[in-house]
Ligand binder design. Structure first.
Ligand code: ADP
Length: 482
């Protein structure tokens, strides 16, 4: 572990690594061993990080975009060059299978590459003027110091998805990574320094007391934007806390993704698409299939095929070759899954496979399928965040659209059908920010990722991504006409 060239456990402020006497343990979810003791940021440390970012802002925001782009591109290259070590670190602290970690590094790095390119395209407008002697224009300027708060399910990609557009826009950043997975965030910061990022432009403050640090970040006038990915509950809290200083916000919150399989679906596409969406990262993604609606006539073909495919998934330590489903992040996560499964079975659900831990003390939960689900079960309302598939039957298109939209969330929805008109209708009527049509994997840096309703607002990726970190300034010029 310590052979990793960029591995560090200190706070990262002003391009310096500050080891603190206050530490918290980061454990390997596959076996519970402590892999590092990481410095625990205090309120004072947080203020020091904000001050560093604030001081760095004038020079970073005015640096020629070509130079900012060059640094970002170098960072991208360094992340790619260190992808094998980073992937191992990721699996150690987060648990996902090593193949998924490698894919996450490539995916995460691609945001840095994309934003290095977008950096040079933050155009303003010249607006035709209706008034003699007046000229109108807009310019785009960075919002200021950004606080980024990231979750543990994608310890690399969630960081790069926020930080690279912020840096590209000319913002400086204070990053508070999730307490379960701070090591990848610190490693990324070390690589950014190596790439030439000036002091103070990116600061990383791990802590196991996020509520206190969240208070400091949201109440500080110098922070002009909060970018958050995590639970809807914490998102609401950050919104409230940001109100007194009127900060801009981007919130990527919980999901409750429906997958709808119509009688006319291609069965193989539906099975593999649902499987990919459901079991990636052991079901711990906000766009994971959470409710699987199967039309009655295809159910007798779909359910056995899906259950068989689920049974074949190999579960265990993500570092072992061939493992496809790793452990859940912590004991609390497993207990939540156990609770949801027990509630579903008590209310008439039928266990088709799985339904228990790999062994008593393991954080690995066996890939599980429950059929005969309905909307009175907790599993229909909660984000499962585990490898559990809940299957519901339906008869009519209108009925399933209502069922699919019957949630406070609106992040991702999936639909399997070979009827083009139906695909079009569903795309418009599903109240979700993203639709996978005959496809279970939908995330790329080129697309605007984000949700509707209580899944939050703001987009990450696409041409919209960098705009979240830019303000539009309007300038009216009085001109002496000839
Ligand atoms: P999850 O349930 O997936 O862990 P959370 O919303 O609790 O989702 O966590 C996502 C991120 O939000 C993590 O970095 C966590 O430390 C942080 N967080 C949790 N509570 C707060 C809070 N009160 N203020 C600021 N950040 C918080």
């Amino acid at each position: 572990m310590h052979s990793l060239p960029f591995f560090t456990t200190g706070l990262f402020i002003n391009n310096e690594v500050l080891e603190s006497n206050l530490v918290f343990a980061v454990t390997d979810p596959a076996n519970g061993t402590v892999i590092a003791n990481v410095s625990n940021a205090t309120d004072e440390d947080c203020r020091a990080a904000i001050a560093a970012a604030h001081q760095a802002f004038p020079s970073w925001s005015t640096m020629p975009t070509r130079d900012r782009a060059t640094i970002l591109r170098r960072w991208y290259q360094l992340v790619m060059a260190n992808s094998t070590s980073l992937a191992t670190l990721l699996t150690r602290e987060q648990g996902k299978p090593i193949a998924e970690s490698k894919a996450e590094i490539i995916y995460g790095a691609s945001f840095i590459e994309w934003n290095a390119e977008e950096c040079r395209r933050s155009y303003g407008d010249i607006i035709p003027s209706p008034a003699a002697g007046k000229k109108f224009m807009t310019i785009r300027q960075p919002v200021g110091v950004v606080a980024a708060i990231t979750p543990w399910n994608f310890p690399v990609a969630m960081v790069t998805r926020k930080i690279s557009p912020a840096l590209a826009a000319g913002c400086t950043v204070v990053l508070k990574p999730a307490e379960d997975t701070p090591l990848c965030a610190l490693a990324l910061a070390m690589l950014a320094r190596e790439a030439g990022l000036p002091p103070g432009v990116l600061n990383v403050i791990p802590t196991n007391n996020p509520a206190a640090i969240g208070q400091v970040l949201t109440s500080d006038e110098r922070i002009r934007k909060i970018s958050f990915t995590g639970s809807t509950e914490v998102g609401r809290l950050l919104m409230q806390q940001s109100a007194p200083t009127v900060k801009k916000l981007s919130l990527e919150l919980g999901g409750n993704a429906p997958v709808i399989i119509f009688n006319d679906a291609d069965i193989d596409t539906a099975v593999s698409g649902t499987l990919n969406s459901k079991y990636r990262n052991a079901g711990q993604t906000c766009v994971c299939a959470n409710r699987i609606y199967v039309q009655r006539d295809i159910a007798e073909r779909f359910i056995p095929a899906f259950v068989n495919a689920t049974r074949l998934l190999q579960t265990g330590n993500g570092l072992e070759p061939g493992v496809q489903v790793g452990p859940l992040i912590n004991e609390e996560a497993v207990q939540k899954v156990e609770y949801l499964v027990a509630d579903a079975l008590q209310h008439g659900g039928v266990l088709e496979c799985g339904g228990q831990r790999m062994d008593d003390r393991s954080l690995c939960y066996m890939p599980t399928v429950i059929s005969h689900c309905h909307h009175q079960m907790m599993i229909s309302k909660a984000e499962i965040f585990g490898p559990v598939s809940a299957i519901y039957l339906f008869d009519l298109e209108d009925e399933v659209i209502n069922l699919a939209n019957d949630t406070i969330y609106g992040l991702a929805a999936y639909c399997f059908t070979t009827d083009a008109s139906r695909a079009w209708r569903l795309s418009e009527q599903l109240q979700y920010g993203m639709i996978g049509m005959n496809e279970g994997i939908i995330s790329y840096p080129e697309i605007p990722f984000g949700g509707l309703k209580q899944s939050g607002f703001g987009r990450e990726g696409g041409r919209q991504g960098i705009e979240e970190y830019l303000e539009t300034k309007y300038i009216c010029w009085g001109v002496n006409e000839p």
